[in-house]
Ligand binder design. Sequence first.
Ligand SMILES: O=P(O)(O)OC[C@H]1O[C@H](OP(=O)(O)OP(=O)(O)O)[C@H](O)[C@@H]1O
Ligand code: HPA
Ligand SMILES: [Mg+2]
Length: 178
Amino acid sequence: MHPDLDKVLITEQEVQKRIRELGEQISCDYAGKEILVVGILKGAAVFLADLVRYISIPVYFDFMAVSSYGAGSASSGVVRILKDLDRPIEGRHVIIVEDIVDTGLTLNYLVQSLQSRNPASLKVCTLLDKPERRVAKVKVDYNGFDIPDQFVVGYGLDYNERYRNFPYIGVLKRSVYT
Ligand SMILES: O=P(O)(O)OC[C@H]1O[C@H](OP(=O)(O)OP(=O)(O)O)[C@H](O)[C@@H]1O
Ligand code: HPA
Ligand SMILES: [Mg+2]
């Protein structure tokens, strides 16, 4: 285990097993259709890359990059689009793919933005959900794991852009970020 971590919260094997289940569930739910997965950069890139390999129906990719900014480190809920989708999504079955839903502010904004573009359907798939921290009410359709209110890194999740490459989810030591 990396020395900056308190513990491994979800092992590589547990992550992979759960992503396989999510991919199979999505393939079953959308059988006979094709889907567009929208990855939210940068955190969701690792999850999306693994998830799509467990999806057996036709799947297209697009990506968005957003930045939330506010006073200090707390998200203000004001979200700015840094990179928008390459193409319109009207009439398509869209799944937003996130690594984590924390306050829900980012996702709340994204759902509103994409819903206004008239997709045939819009769902949300996240690897991690921290329900205790929720500020904005958002509906999550596919969730890998509920996790406690601890700062986690790995498998796409960063602290100051570090640790995204870990194949597992770990709890970062407080001393690293205080
Ligand atoms: O529910 P919220 O409180 O809005 O937090 C969740 C968002 O924060 C993280 O992104 P971040 O802004 O750190 O960008 P990154 O993916 O590039 O790390 C994460 O990937 C989600 O998009
Ligand atoms: O626990 C977290 N870790 C990394 N990035 C995050 N963004 C929201 N919550 C987290
Ligand atoms: Mg981040």
